[in-house]
Design a protein around this ligand. Structure first.
Ligand code: ATP
Length: 355
């Protein structure tokens, strides 16, 4: 397996469209790295640059220390699994998996051993004689994975491989992929726009926006210490609540001031007096015990079984909160929430960086 490094890689398409800007990151050997961000943020462009399907406008791509910019895709020993995995409909599962090795001239015995091994790993051994049309969506997706696995590449590139599956199957395939990563001990670069997929699969997550890396971190760090407002709002569901306002000094202490809400802040924010900010609170961080009080007028209650999500407002501020199942908020009535001061995030209103 392999270590990957992108160094200051930029891709500018025709008409000066920036696909990826100054991208630098590393994937360690056997690491599961996820590229995540909204549509058009440059995820696929970066995968294609690694695969050699695009040439960087500037910057270098290295595998195991060797610059591979001038190596053609077929010689990079990198396998890419796409969202639209076109299987050959007239070939059975075995033939679909064997095809790539056949055209590369591998001996029949070697092909058989690799296909059988991959089929076993993917739970496809019973289906080797079936055509793709006789398989479920999840099974077809596994055949597409199998085609990549039999090549024994130094690097796997996955481009939204689960997005064609229904929600339940996606969850199932997600845990299968995590197990597969362990068994293959492979280096994987995985692209998705789904933050839940990113958080559950990635050992290292790279958050992208407009072709620019916003933050590189492990899932917990991304959640607890987002670098800016974009990352804070993108990771976590329902998303973080944001409230625009200003930090003022009252009795030598910093206070967040908005026409509908004043909140005493931690002393550490004293140095930001008079700063225009966005205050952030995760819906999960509200509680009903000690802390700063916020009265919410409840608009909607969503029972989730083990907990409830409530959506409401405080003046013109829209808020969402997660509460326990045994709480009973009522529509159009006030509901008291509390937030611990240390759970409050602040972002600079102009730069959107976390303070
Ligand atoms: P999605 O989740 O929708 O697949 P993405 O994050 O993978 O999006 P990319 O496909 O990498 O985004 O595109 C990044 C930017 O580069 C977009 O603005 C896109 O329109 C542009 N782009 C991608 N490929 C080309 C191309 N061949 N020519 C011109 N512009 C392109």
């Amino acid at each position: 397996m392999a270590k990957l490094r992108l160094e200051r890689v930029t891709k500018i398409f025709d008409r000066n469209i920036h696909g990826a800007k100054d991208i630098t990151f590393e994937a360690e050997d056997k690491e599961f790295v996820v590229l995540v961000g909204p549509s058009g943020c440059g995820k696929t462009t970066i995968l294609r640059l690694i695969a050699g399907l695009e040439q960087p406008t500037s910057g270098n791509v290295y595998i195991d220390g060797e610059c591979i910019n001038d190596i053609p895709p077929r010689d990079r020993n990198v396998a890419m699994v796409f969202q639209n995995y076109a299987l050959y409909p007239h070939m059975d599962v075995y033939e679909n998996m064997a095809f790539g090795l056949k055209v590369r001239g591998y001996p029949a015995g070697e092909i058989e051993a690799r296909v059988k091994n991959a089929a076993e790993l993917l739970g496809l051994s019973k289906y080797l004689k079936r055509k793709p049309g006789q398989l479920s969506g999840g099974q077809r997706q596994r055949v597409a994975l199998g085609r990549a696995i039999v090549r024994e590449p130094r690097l796997f590139l996955f481009d939204e491989p689960l997005s064609n599956l229904d929600a339940k199957l996606r969850v199932q395939m997600r845990s299968e992929l995590a197990r597969l990563h362990k068994r293959l001990s492979a280096t994987i670069i995985y692209v998705t726009h789904d933050q839940v997929e990113a958080m559950t699969l990635g050992q290292k997550i790279i958050v992208l926006k407009d072709g620019v890396i916003q933050q590189i971190a492990d899932p917990l760090t991304l959640y607890q210490s987002p670098a800016n407002k974009f990352v804070a709002g993108f990771i976590g569901s329902p998303p973080m609540n944001f409230i625009p306002g200003k930090i003022k000094e009252v009795d030598n202490l910093p206070v967040f001031v908005h026409p509908s809400l004043n909140l005493k802040l931690n002393r550490k924010f004293l140095r930001f007096i008079n700063r225009e900010v966005e205050l952030g609170i995760r819906p999960d961080d509200f509680s009903r015990n000690h802390g700063l009080e916020i009265q919410m007028i409840v608009d909607v209650v969503e029972p989730m079984g083990n907990e409830r999500y409530i959506y409401g407002h405080c003046g013109d501020i829209m808020l969402s909160a997660r509460i326990q199942q045994d709480e009973h908020p009522e529509s159009d009535k006030p509901f008291r929430l509390t937030i611990a001061p240390e759970k409050i995030y602040l972002f600079d209103a102009q730069t959107e960086k976390r303070l």
